[in-house]
Structure formats: structure tokens, C-alpha cells
Write a protein that binds this ligand. Structure first.
Ligand code: THU
Length: 165
């Protein structure tokens, strides 16, 4: 017997930042500011991330590149590592991402890489809540209610359970 299974997820597309709820608008503005702090001499693709914690604190991140290319790190993971290290226990509830290129904020919506999706999914499983993801381009915004939706069939602690017994 065989079956075809489908995985679906929904996101909301918004045309104008002024249509965002104020907390999302604030987070997106912070991500756009954070992009200016990127160290991206190799790609010239400057990414900013703003992570809202349950307490209301907003933690910023930007990509930090390296001449040894794989040693670079994305904006999303710098923000999450910062929050995890400095505010353990304060759960992340929303993450906004924006990118700056030579021509201003990116034409295309920027979406987290696979590594960052895995790290976002771990934060959700660690704290047991959804992280609202706010993706942006110069012109549009996409809202995804749960970061884990970006990584179907994700590897998680459940897969390690038998090994840890
Ligand atoms: N990058 C991020 O920081 N976040 C993303 O969501 C996509 C990619 C960085 C990695 C690298 O420094 C540059 O953008 C080009 O890939």
C-alpha cells in the first residue's frame, strides 16, 4: 500500500508596512536598522534580524561574514544566540528579517536559510511556543505564524529520544 501525503502551510501577504499591527511594524523597523550593522564585505548582502522576547525585549542580529566563508553567520542566528546567551528563559515570540543591498532594501522577500530554520524550530520546541516570522522586501511583507512551518519534517529531539534512553 502507498499513499501520497501533503504538507501545506499558509502565510499572510501584506503590501504596506503601515498595515502591520504596531508590534510587527516596530520589529520590522528594528530589523531594517539592524541590517545596517551587518559585516558583509564578501556578499554585500546585509541582513538584519530583530527578535522579540516574551518580556518585550527586542534583540538584534546582523550577518557577520568571514574570509573563510563557512565561518560566517546569518543575522537570524546571531540574534537567537545573543538572546539565548543573555536572556535564557525569556522565550522568543517573533522574528523579523530584512536585507539591504546596494540598491536599498531587497527587491525579493528574504527567507531564512536551512540552518537558521533548524535553529528557529529548536527554539520553538525548547520553549513550547510558536515564533511569528515577519519576512520582508522593499515592497511586501509575509507573516508566517509558526517558524517550524518553514521546515517540514524537521529533525528534532524526538528523533534522539531512543539514543538518549
Ligand atoms: N544571510 C542571512 O544573514 N540571513 C538570511 O536569511 C539569508 C542569508 C546572509 C548569509 C551571508 O552573509 C549573506 O546573507 C549572503 O548569503
Amino acid at each position: 500500500m502507498s499513499r501520497t501525503e501533503n504538507i501545506k502551510f499558509s502565510y499572510q501577504e501584506i503590501d504596506d508596512p503601515d498595515e502591520l499591527v504596531p508590534s510587527d511594524k516596530e520589529l520590522l523597523d528594528m530589523a531594517r536598522k539592524a541590517a545596517k550593522n551587518a559585516y558583509a564585505p564578501y556578499s554585500r548582502f546585509k541582513v538584519g534580524a530583530a527578535l522579540r522576547l516574551e518580556s518585550g525585549k527586542i534583540i538584534l542580529g546582523a550577518n557577520v561574514e568571514n574570509a573563510a566563508f563557512p565561518s560566517g553567520i546569518c543575522a537570524e542566528r546571531t540574534a537567537i544566540s545573543n538572546a539565548s546567551s543573555n536572556y535564557p528563559g525569556d522565550k522568543p515570540v517573533a522574528l523579523a528579517i530584512a536585507a539591504l543591498t546596494g540598491e536599498g532594501y531587497s527587491d525579493e522577500i528574504v527567507s531564512p536559510c536551512g540552518n537558521c530554520r533548524q535553529v528557529i524550530a529548536e527554539e520553538e520546541s525548547r520553549y513550547g511556543n510558536n515564533i511569528r516570522i515577519i519576512l520582508s522586501s522593499r515592497k511586501k511583507i509575509w507573516i508566517i505564524e509558526k517558524g517550524g512551518d518553514l521546515l517540514p519534517l524537521q529533525f528534532s529531539k524526538d528523533h534522539l529520544r531512543s539514543a538518549l534512553r
